[in-house]
Design a protein around this ligand. Structure first.
Ligand code: SF4
Ligand code: SF4
Length: 417
């Protein structure tokens, strides 16, 4: 796990670790599309070094090159010199913020959606009404919405029933433990099916589940913008709602949120461990096999494409738990999407608010993922990160490739007997 580098001396020292070998370049999604040295990891490190050593000042071109980075961490994953790129980029973005440089804001309505902190019930009902009344159909065909709002609207997942608001769920059979489930700032509205599925699986494996009603955020959106104090406050608040509940661990069902919260828990005091749902279910399945608890699944008929998000592969450093849990389904045929080799996976371009801040680039980066999905010929795609699921789902719908996108635990819970 990593920490942001917050002083100019730390930034300069970390940047100096880069030996300019260029091994990271073929793994960088923005270099792959733009072919500019300044949009490669090596080029960005050079810019940060110039900034940290006072040789460069904050300017529009410098900010643009640094802001085009998705923080996918492919470069960090393959770097032989172990340059701590994530901490370096977040530290550099903090320095840009401190300089007073004003970035072009996204549409205020989209900003409010990303920043929302209400309890979300009214918004959830309104969304469902909008999607099921024919208004969405009309809006998408009439082109009446302003461009940025239309783009945001396109990220709405298919309508699903609203999430129940219960805070506690009992274990099925004898209780072997109690876990907290982190719903996040958007999970109840945009990922209700994943949360419901996680609850079904966790309770089936003997865990009581506590899902506090307080809407909290892991802080990743602010961290990626370099607002380190706000990100830390949000992560602290998110973990605090689980204190005193007697949970053995906090389980997270979106890999980017999990990586951010796990970092915060490692550096915070008295926080319960933060664990990814796929890894946790994989361990549950192994324990159940040894203890005689029977949790079984109906066979699958169709092939499934497996997308491994950058946050799962490079931040959580786990590329196996998705297939481990899906292989619990008898007869399943898994088709893992191609990677870049060397353990680095292909970014889909759906890096949080990047899809609004860099719309054209995020769509171009996604093209290769959509081609990969079309090539493997599966009509179901699983991915563990909500941002990736929404970005890929939008791309599949708009490109006509079609198919459904879901979290692996949803596929597993669908087949739970
Ligand atoms: S692989 Fe590492 S050392 Fe080599 S250019 Fe990239 S960041 Fe620098
Ligand atoms: S984090 Fe990803 S997008 Fe950013 S420089 Fe590294 S490989 Fe490129």
């Amino acid at each position: 796990m990593t920490s942001p580098l917050t002083s100019l001396t730390e930034l300069a020292k970390a940047a100096d670790q880069c030996v300019r070998c260029g091994l990271c370049l073929p793994h960088c999604p923005t270099y792959g599309v733009l072919r500019e040295e300044a949009d490669s990891p090596r080029g960005r490190i050079a810019l940060i070094q110039g900034l940290a050593e006072g040789k460069l000042s904050v300017s529009a071109p410098l900010v643009e090159h640094l802001d085009r980075c998705l923080l996918c961490r492919s470069c960090e994953h393959v770097c032989p010199a172990k340059v701590p790129f994530h901490g370096l980029m977040i530290g550099a973005r903090e320095k840009i913020g401190e300089s007073g440089y004003a970035r072009k804001p996204v549409d205020g309505r989209v900003e409010r959606l990303l920043e929302r902190s209400d309890d979300g019930k009214l918004a959830s009902w309104l969304r469902l009404a909008y999607q099921t009344s024919g208004l969405q159909w009309l809006a998408r065909r009439s082109n009446l919405l302003p461009a940025e709002l239309a783009r945001a609207e396109g990220y709405l997942p298919p309508p699903t029933a609203l999430l129940e608001t219960r805070e506690r769920y009992d274990a099925v059979g004898a209780e072997i433990g109690r876990v907290g489930l982190f719903a996040g700032c958007m999970g109840r509205d945009f990922d209700a099916l994943t949360l419901k599925s996680a609850i079904r699986l966790l309770t089936a494996y003997g865990y009581a589940v506590v899902m506090p009603s307080a809407r909290t955020c892991c802080g990743a959106l602010h961290l990626h913008q370099g607002d380190i104090p706000k990100a830390r406050d949000q992560a602290r608040e998110a973990l605090a709602v689980f204190s005193g509940l007697g949970v053995d661990a906090v389980i997270v069902a979106s890999s980017a949120c999990c990586a951010t919260l796990a970092d915060a828990a490692e550096t915070g005091e008295q926080a319960p461990p933060v664990l990814d749902i796929c890894r946790f279910v994989a361990e549950c399945a192994k324990s159940a096999a040894g203890s005689g608890r029977r949790v079984t699944f109906r066979p699958a008929e169709n092939p499934v494409a497996v997308h491994i998000p950058c946050s799962q592969a490079h931040a959580l450093r786990d590329q196996t738990s998705i297939t481990e849990i899906l292989n619990l389904i008898p007869g399943i045929e898994l088709k893992t999407l191609p990677s870049e080799g060397g353990g680095s996976v292909r970014c889909c371009g759906g890096a949080g608010r990047y899809v609004f801040d860099q719309p054209a680039l995020s769509d171009r980066i996604r093209e290769r993922t959509l081609d990969d999905i079309a090539d493997v010929g599966a009509d179901t795609v699983v991915t563990t990160n909500l941002g990736c699921a929404l970005h890929i789902g939008k791309g599949l719908r708009e490109s006509g490739v079609g198919g459904r996108v879901m979290h692996p635990v949803t596929l597993l819970a669908e087949r739970l007997i």
